[in-house]
Design a protein around this ligand. Structure first.
Ligand code: PT1
Length: 288
């Protein structure tokens, strides 16, 4: 069998991320609706405690996001995004020395968080915003390029594809990798993400996961985000707070199909599911 295993580690600022086995990225939302109440100080304190817990449970990365990109969400200004994200990134770096990823499409946010010590840029718009390629290239940080169809506001209104979804996703990601390389961002700094739930029906999402091997052929590490998403809700008829078992099944399959980073809310259980799956694939419990 051909081995499509990509480069086994990524330099993320001052952290080196070993991707020779599956790693977990914990989600830290700093959108206002993700905090129950309280002032800014309480919010920052809550964010830090939540991040600390995810790291203790085995997260390798904390992904900080100030703009909601779930279906129906409206975009926000870069200024607003920075106000939410910058204090959290700064605190995670200073207090926890964490490997921080920032979920952003804004060049201004990319530049600022890189200077604050973030280690990875996670862009659901694959650096398509004006100036984003240049900002990301200049940051020196690795970048996750994600596929999406449409914008969060309306992306779930009857998504359709003219070619098999995995081909559309592979073609798009390949063209963004080429755009990155043309902008001076070397392949060695890139990760790819199929973008589950971003302009895709449940059937598209299920097919994309089942055929994710198609994306491993691009030779770059794969990141996936399926945690608590409506694809689980629709298949199992479960509300968002009851989607963990479904999510763990998806984690096992994603690891088997080549994912190296799992972006999730429930870090501890996902670390166990990923490590157990990996042990079977490697027929042993050593991490290599
Ligand atoms: C993702 C992702 C992300 N997802 C990366 N970043 C979200 N790299 C935010 C639903 O159907 O998959 N990869 N950043 C969150 N987006 C969604 C999309 C949340 C769909 C929920 C759904 O429920």
């Amino acid at each position: 069998m051909m081995d499509d295993s990509p480069a086994i580690s990524l330099q993320c600022g001052r952290h080196r991320l070993d991707l020779s086995f599956p790693r977990v990225m914990g989600i830290l939302n700093v959108t206002p609706d993700s905090f129950s109440d309280g002032g800014r100080h309480l919010a920052l304190d809550d964010a830090l405690r939540h991040a600390e817990r995810m790291l203790a449970e085995g997260a390798a990365i904390v992904d900080v996001g100030g703009e909601s990109t779930r279906p129906g969400a409206d975009p926000i200004s870069p200024q607003q995004e920075l106000e939410r994200v910058a204090p959290v990134v700064e605190a995670l770096v200073r207090e926890l020395d964490a490997l921080v990823s920032v979920d952003t499409s804004s060049p201004a946010v990319m530049r600022e968080v890189a200077s604050l010590g973030a280690g990875l840029i996670n862009d659901v718009r694959a650096l398509e915003h004006q100036g984003a390629l240049e900002a990301a290239a200049g940051s020196g940080l690795p970048v996750c390029l994600m596929h999406r169809q449409g914008e969060p506001r309306d992306m779930q209104q009857a998504p359709r594809y003219d070619v098999p979804v995995e081909e559309a996703v592979a073609d798009f990601l390949e063209s963004r990798v080429a755009a990155c390389e043309a902008a001076g961002l070397r392949r060695e700094r890139l990760l790819l993400d199929p973008g589950f739930g971003f302009g895709k029906t449940v059937e598209h999402n299920l097919r994309l996961l089942n055929r994710m091997e198609r994306l491993t052929h691009l030779g770059l590490p794969l990141l996936v985000g399926m945690s608590r998403k409506s694809m689980i809700g629709k298949v199992l008829a479960r509300p968002v707070e009851e989607r963990l078992p479904g999510g763990l099944a998806l984690t096992a399959l994603a690891v088997e199909r080549g994912a190296r980073i799992l972006r999730v809310h429930d870090v501890g259980p996902t670390v166990d599911a990923a490590n157990m799956t990996w042990a079977v694939l490697k027929e042993g419990c050593e991490h290599d």
